[in-house]
Ligand binder design. Structure first.
Ligand code: GLN
Length: 483
């Protein structure tokens, strides 16, 4: 039962092969049996899950239908869930029970999805390995000595290990696509503004975007359908109609123009990954796609620009965690300054403190022009590169990551080494574009992802290409041994 995709679950529920309650019980038992090896959950919500599953079964019995009605999922632990701990992977929010549901959580619940729990993540979504979580590292089900990627590592490990078919995640610089690549999943980062950020705890507000992690493009389409849409509570949400993502999955790829940036195949890329990417290109050519070499000349400046802008926004966003209103408060503060200092010093882990300091520095008078303003100019150039490329091609294809998942602890002493691994993913966030990672093969038994980028609001095109690829390849069907 645990091997079923969301699409298969929807058919099984519609055909009355099993109930949502039965499936939910099976998956909850699987989580309690297997998750101790992975640490992919911060909180389990068994009671809520069983309640929601029974309600979904009752709705089906009353003639309702829908791909998410009775489908078990989990939420990355930065989506606010009413009355349930929403920790953001931080000691700072270990005691925080959100007073309301994030829009994404409310929308998926209304569609009938069943919440099994809240998944582990890098603290405040800062990281690429899920090792900065206050709740401990998450292990990669493909090799328990390796990281699952981050920051949505819990959602990725849980879905990859077949503990559940899909989960929500967020992507500020790659946190949906990179863990998808590291765990053999399909992950979609939508256009900035496509999915509401209301109730999604902010890391870098101009870059953050929620989206799905699942095994297939078909399932990502189902999840995105439930998550996307205008929300007046989010001032950056865009009032653009939501297309039927499942309806366009089967369009032909004949004549599709795929751009492959020459900068993607530079020295930093593992040659074994380069070969798998070439294989995926050949596969898409067989389906009728036409390949064109393109250039993204400003790509080399994207990492430094991102690692100024994201910490700058984070330093501002995280100033609200001051020990006064909610979150961790130190014992016996001597005065207000002592309260701030010790509450924040105790509540935030080292990576979060590093970013707050970098961000505050970059924004400070005298340095603003040299760092923040410069980074914003680079951001504009990165966007222009894409606009120019999309005049000639329909999608852009390349690797999701330069290397496969590294060993736990391997980059802990060198944060910049981890930042450099984000080279292929962060440009889409700087430009606000949609991006998808899908399974493309294995290197040393570890999964490799191929990334597709599309123009604004062309999530349907990404899902269509990925679905056609998945109809003709079987990488996405491989299951990690032991799960
Ligand atoms: N690895 C990147 C960072 O640490 C991206 C994280 C994310 O997308 N949330 O900022």
């Amino acid at each position: 039962m645990h091997q079923m995709t969301l699409a298969e679950i929807a058919r099984g529920l519609a055909d009355k092969k099993f109930s949502s309650e039965e499936l939910t019980k099976v998956l909850l038992a699987r989580i309690s049996q297997l998750d101790p090896q992975l640490n992919s959950f911060i909180s389990l919500t068994e009671e809520l899950a069983l309640e929601q599953a029974k309600a979904a079964d009752a709705r089906r019995a009353n003639g309702e239908s829908g791909a998410l009605l009775g489908a078990p999922i989990a939420h990355k632990d930065l989506f606010c869930t009413q009355g349930i701990r929403t920790s953001c992977g931080s000691k700072m929010l270990d005691n925080f029970k959100a007073p309301y549901d994030a829009t994404v959580v409310a929308k998926l619940a209304a569609a009938g999805a069943v919440t099994l729990g809240k998944t582990n993540m890098d603290e405040f979504a800062m990281g690429s390995a899920n090792e900065s979580s206050w709740y401990g590292a998450v292990k990669n089900p493909w090799n328990l000595e390796h990281v699952p990627g981050g920051s949505s590592g819990g959602s990725a490990a849980a879905v990859a290990a077949r503990l559940l078919p899909a989960a929500t995640a967020t992507d500020t610089g790659g946190s949906i696509r990179q863990p998808a690549a590291f765990t053999n999943l399909t992950g979609l980062k939508p256009t900035y503004g496509r999915v509401s950020r209301w109730g999604m705890i902010a890391y870098a507000s101009s870059l953050d975007q929620g989206g799905p992690l699942a095994r297939t493009a078909e399932d990502c389409a189902i999840m995105l359908q439930g998550m996307a849409g205008f929300d007046q509570n989010d001032s950056t949400s865009i009032d653009e109609p939501v297309p039927d993502y499942s309806a366009s999955l089967n369009e032909s790829l004949q004549g599709l123009r795929i751009g492959v940036p020459k900068e993607y195949f530079s020295a930093g890329l593992d040659p074994r990954i380069a070969e798998l990417i070439q294989n995926s290109i050949k596969e898409l050519q067989k389906l009728g796609a036409v390949i064109k070499e393109i250039s993204l000349p400003n790509m080399q400046h994207a990492i430094p620009a991102y690692y100024v802008i994201a910490p700058a926004e984070a330093s501002s966003n995280l100033s609200r965690f001051d020990g006064v209103r909610f979150g961790h408060r130190c014992e016996n503060p001597e005065n207000l300054i002592d309260l701030y200092k010790r509450s924040r010093g105790e509540g935030f882990g080292p990576e979060v403190q590093r970013r707050i300091m970098v961000g505050a520095y970059a924004l400070s008078a005298g340095y603003y022009d040299a760092y923040y303003l410069k980074a914003q100019k680079i951001r504009r150039l990165v966007k222009y590169d894409f606009m120019t490329a999309f005049n000639e091609v329909d999608i852009i294809l390349g690797p999701t990551t330069p290397n496969p998942a590294w060993k736990l602890g391997a980059k802990n002493s060198d944060p910049v080494a981890a930042y450099l691994e984000d080279v292929y993913t962060i440009t889409a966030n700087l430009a606000g574009l949609p991006g998808l990672s899908m399974p493309a093969g294995f290197v040393d038994g570890l999964p490799v992802g191929v990334q597709l980028l599309a123009p604004y609001f062309q999530e349907g095109r990404l899902l269509n290409v990925a679905h056609q690829y998945q109809l003709n390849t079987d990488w996405h069907t491989r299951t990690p041994t032991g799960f």
